[in-house]
Design a protein around this ligand. Structure first.
Ligand code: NPQ
Ligand code: MG
Length: 368
C-alpha cells in the first residue's frame, strides 16, 4: 500500500448536554480526524485527545504538532504501508500514544478496506453486537441525576456509570440504588479525584454492590490502588493508568486492579488494545471498552474491539445520540440495549460529506 499523504481535520461537535467530570465540564467535543490517502484508497482514524491536557497529558494542539513534525513524516518515508509496521516506525518518538493511535487506525482502515475485511473480523471479534453502557456526568442535584438515569434506562442502556468526585459519591449512588433497585448494573468513575487517604470514605460505597470503581487515584499511583484494593470490597478498575500492555501486566501483578478499561486511543491503537485484552484474558481479568466521546468513526472501531471474547462487561460504547444530535457518520443506535458491530470493510462506516463539512474547523494536508 503506497502512501500519498495525510489530512488532519479538526471538527467541533456540540454535545446534546454538558458533560461534567471530576476534571471539568465539556459542552463541545473538539475532535481531530486523521485521513490517510494511499494508492489503494483512504482510511480514517480518530484522535481521542481533548482540547486541554486534563484527562491525560496529551491534548489536541500537541497531537497535531507531533503528527505534523514527527509521526506523519516518519510514516510517509518508506514506500510501503502496513498496519503492523506503524508502531515500529514511530517507536523512536516517546509517548503521544493518542496521536500514534489515530495514525495507525487510519492505516489499518485503509489496509482493511483494500482487502474487503472488517475491523471486527481482523481483530478476532466473536460477537455481532455488543451490550451498551452509558456514562452519566456529575449533576447539580440528585433529582436531576435520577431524571437522567431514568431516561437512559428507558432508552435500554444495560449498565450505568456515574461520574463521581469528593462531595458527589455516596449520596448519588445511594439515590440511584434506592430509586432503580439492586438489579441495575452500576459502577462509578472518579477520574483520579481521590487519594489513598480517602479509603475509608470509598469503602462506604461497598454496601451498594457496584460492579467496580474506576480510577479512584492518580494515574501513576499503582501502589496506592493496590493498597486501596485491600481496604474496599468494590473491585478496582483502572483507566488512565493503563497506557500499555506492560502497564496492564504490572498493575495486575501488583494487585492494583481486578478489571481493566481498554481505550485504544490511550494505549497507542487497536493492536496494543488487543494485546491488553490478551494479557487480561490470560489473568482472568475482565475488560470493557471505554469511550472518549468519539464520533461515529471512532465509535465504529471501538464497537468492533468490544466484540472480542474477553470483553465480558458492557462498555462506554453508547449510541451516537448519547452525545450528538447529528453524527458525522450514520448514527449508532441502540437495538435492545446493544450496538451492532459494523460488518463493512475497514471500520465499516464513512463520514457523510455534507455533515463533515458543517463541523469542520480547519484542515491541513501533509504530503510525502
Ligand atoms: C472516562 N469517558 O472513562 C472518560 C473520560 C472523558 C465516557 O466517561 C470530552 C472528551 C469529554 C473526552 C469527558 C467517559 C470527556 C472525555 C470524559 C473523556 O474516564
Ligand atoms: Mg474513566
Amino acid at each position: 500500500m503506497k502512501p500519498v499523504g495525510v489530512e488532519l481535520r479538526r471538527i467541533a461537535m456540540p454535545l446534546v448536554s454538558p458533560f461534567r467530570t471530576s476534571f471539568g465540564t465539556q459542552t463541545t467535543r473538539d475532535i481531530l480526524l486523521v485521513r490517510i490517502e494511499t494508492a489503494d484508497g483512504e482510511g480514517y482514524g480518530e484522535c481521542v485527545t481533548m482540547t486541554d491536557p486534563v484527562y491525560s497529558p496529551e491534548y489536541t494542539d500537541g497531537a497535531i504538532d507531533v503528527l505534523r513534525r514527527f509521526l506523519v513524516p516518519a510514516l510517509l518515508g518508506p514506500p510501503e504501508l502496513d498496519p503492523r509496521a506503524v508502531a515500529p516506525a514511530l517507536v523512536a518518538f516517546k509517548g503521544h500514544r493518542m496521536a500514534k493511535a489515530a495514525l495507525e487506525t487510519a492505516v489499518l482502515d485503509a489496509w482493511l478496506r483494500a482487502r474487503a475485511l472488517s475491523f471486527g473480523e481482523w481483530l478476532g471479534a466473536t460477537a455481532d453486537r455488543v451490550p451498551a453502557g452509558v456514562s452519566v456526568g456529575i449533576m447539580d442535584s440528585v433529582p436531576e441525576l435520577l431524571d437522567a438515569v431514568e431516561g437512559y434506562l428507558a432508552d435500554g442502556y444495560l449498565r450505568i456509570k456515574l461520574k463521581i468526585e469528593p462531595g458527589w459519591d455516596v449520596e448519588p449512588v445511594r439515590a440511584v440504588r434506592e430509586r432503580f433497585g439492586d438489579d441495575v448494573l452500576l459502577q462509578v468513575d472518579a477520574n483520579t479525584a481521590y487519594t489513598v487517604a480517602d479509603a475509608q470514605h470509598l469503602a462506604r460505597l461497598d454496601e451498594f454492590g457496584l460492579l467496580l470503581i474506576e480510577q479512584p487515584l492518580d494515574e501513576e499511583d499503582i501502589r496506592g490502588h493496590a493498597q486501596l484494593a485491600r481496604l474496599v470490597r468494590t473491585p478496582i478498575c483502572l483507566d488512565e493508568s493503563i497506557v500499555s500492555a506492560r502497564a496492564a501486566a504490572d498493575a495486575i501483578a501488583l494487585g492494583a486492579c481486578s478489571i481493566v478499561n481498554i481505550k485504544p486511543g490511550r494505549v497507542g491503537g487497536y493492536l496494543e488494545a488487543r494485546r491488553i485484552h490478551d494479557v487480561c484474558a490470560a489473568h482472568g481479568v475482565p475488560v470493557w471498552c471505554g469511550g472518549m466521546l468519539e464520533s461515529g468513526l471512532g465509535r465504529a472501531a471501538n464497537v468492533a474491539l468490544a466484540a472480542l471474547p474477553g470483553f465480558t462487561l458492557p462498555g462506554d460504547t453508547s449510541a451516537s445520540g448519547r452525545y450528538y444530535m447529528t453524527d458525522i457518520t450514520e448514527p449508532f443506535v441502540l437495538q435492545d440495549g446493544h450496538l451492532l458491530v459494523p460488518q463493512g470493510p475497514g471500520i465499516g462506516v464513512s463520514p457523510v460529506p455534507e455533515r463533515l463539512a458543517e463541523v469542520t474547523v480547519s484542515t491541513e494536508w501533509i504530503g510525502r
